[in-house]
Design a protein around this ligand. Structure first.
Ligand code: GDG
Length: 472
């Protein structure tokens, strides 16, 4: 039996299965994301990671990958449909992103969510050493903190919520609203992206469960306290800065520009193909600018990377049809034999190619309707080592709290967004540089390492308080 002082619990293990040329199956740690944030710490402490390996019905024993101890949780095809695609991605995801798409409420999905959360909790509880620490991640696992607490009252439990937490008026729709709040309250520290998310959670707890609350903490009737506050996530800036300096990647950026016919300005969007990201609104604004002759395809090109995501969920299939119809129309109306209006890429790319695109882009368009943080905005800023380039950023992203020097937009206001795109295209070099410098400073100082340290410090303090003898 594997035990560890520090246990991460996340829906996915930080590895992908790859088949080597000789046919051998190997597990490679997935680049970027949470693993980049936590890998250095996981190497220094006695750590383990509980999660799903990404394929149905795979019964795997614990194994090591690149020095990280992995504890796989098995999900059946039905679990994937009901817990993951169903409750997590078709109930919680749209509800927590302000019902941009209608959430589906199905009792059998909830039952699957409870039973899969229990499986993760049991695995974490069996792995954590005495008085150890468990750090649970994200909306797929909101019940795990309470379940671990029941099984292992000795451990310290943290939970980080990567997506928004909605206002009570919306949250109250959830048929299982009280159970989910109790699930989260099993943690000693519940972390959110923005102060508003934490405030929405605290308000929901006060209104629904009647517990005593202050701005950032909740006291349950048994005296146990949970801290709820914002810990805005960030990126590991090092690899982005290094790739941005590499001559072959800089040459690739020039090649990308040439491939588009050397336009004066390149606009770029990079998103999972998700209805929260405001891809349709962005395309509409760009199409209208072309229709009105405010820009031309010779002058301004637009690359939209839409990496495939959740392709079996109805709302995502529907979105793909809508986006592709809109792009087809705009390209049909405006392309010339030498220039394409929107270069649309429904593909995933290696990180090197992403950085080459960031370097080629004069203007980055992040127009999410609602987004917990949005790391793409921070990645773009980190790669702009010459301080050039303009970030157009939706005020409905967590990133907009920090990147105050971006050109801010309300993506629902198409006219405002059109004006913002023109402002970005025409922004003088000195102004670009002034704004980019300030945004880079923020991202480089508040990187992912600072994020995980601040969360873990809060968790250590909570642990120290819990283990203090009660006076009297
Ligand atoms: C959730 C929250 C929060 C995308 N396409 C490719 C690719 N990506 C990478 C990006 C970026 C990541 O995926 C996407 O992160 P975001 O933050 O933009 O958005 P979500 O996936 O919705 O993430 C979000 C985040 O969790 C962290 O807490 O910020 O608000 O919704 O790193 O670069 N990477 C590569 N090829 C692609 O084609 N290599």
């Amino acid at each position: 039996m594997v035990t560890a002082e520090f246990v991460i619990v996340a829906n996915r293990l930080p590895v992908d299965r790859v088949i080597a040329p000789d046919g051998e199956e190997i597990w490679r740690t997935s680049p970027g994301g949470l693993v980049a944030a936590l890998e250095p710490m996981m190497r220094n402490v006695d750590g383990a990671w509980v999660g799903w390996a990404g394929m149905p019905d795979l019964e795997l024993s614990p194994f090591d990958a690149d020095g990280i101890r992995l504890i796989p949780v098995t999900l059946s095809e039905q679990d994937i449909e009901q817990y993951y695609e169903g409750f997590a991605n078709d109930t919680i995801w749209p509800l927590y992103h302000d019902v941009i798409a209608p959430p589906q409420y199905h009792r059998e999905w909830w039952d699957a969510y409870v039973s899969v959360n229990r499986r993760f909790a049991e695995s974490a509880a069996a792995t954590a050493a005495r008085n150890g620490t468990v750090w649970v991640h994200d909306y797929q696992l909101q019940l795990v903190p309470e379940m671990v607490r029941e099984l292992r009252p000795d451990v310290t439990i943290g939970y980080f919520h990567h997506i928004p937490f909605p206002a009570h008026g919306l949250y109250a729709q959830l048929p299982w609203r009280d159970q989910v709040l109790r699930g989260l309250l099993g943690a000693d520290v519940v972390g959110f992206q923005r102060p508003q998310d934490a405030a929405n959670f605290v308000a929901a707890v006060r209104r629904r469960l009647g517990h005593e609350t202050t701005a950032n903490s909740i006291t349950q009737p048994d005296g146990r306290r949970t801290q709820a506050k914002a810990f805005p996530i960030s990126i590991d800036t090092g690899p982005y800065r290094e790739l941005a300096r590499r001559p072959d990647i800089r040459a690739r950026a020039v090649e990308i520009r040439e491939g588009l016919g050397n336009p004066r300005c390149i606009l770029l969007g990079v998103d999972r193909l998700d209805y929260t990201k405001g891809i349709r609104h962005r395309i509409k604004a760009y199409g209208e600018l072309l229709d009105q002759g405010r820009i031309s395809v010779e002058d301004v090109a637009f690359i939209q990377v839409a990496s495939p995501s959740r392709a079996r969920v109805d709302a995502y299939m529907h979105l793909r049809d809508e986006v592709e119809l809109a792009i087809g129309r705009i390209n049909g109306d405006h392309d010339t034999l030498g220039h394409t209006a929107i270069r649309y890429l429904h593909q995933g790319f290696p990180r090197e190619e992403m950085v080459a695109m960031y370097l080629a882009a004069d203007v980055m368009l992040v127009t999410a309707l609602r987004d917990g943080m949005n790391l793409v905005a921070k990645e773009y800023v980190a790669t702009r080592i010459d301080n050039r380039g303009v970030l157009v950023l939706s005020e409905f992203t967590g990133a907009s709290d920090e990147l105050r020097q971006a050109v801010r937009v309300n993506p629902h206001d198409i006219e405002g967004m059109k004006d913002a795109i023109i402002t970005a295209i025409e922004m003088p070099r000195e102004e670009q540089s002034r704004r980019m410098r300030s945004m880079r400073k923020r991202v480089l100082e508040h990187d992912v390492d600072a994020w995980s340290r601040s969360f873990l410090t809060a968790l250590e303090r909570a642990a120290a308080q819990r283990h203090q003898p009660v006076p009297g």
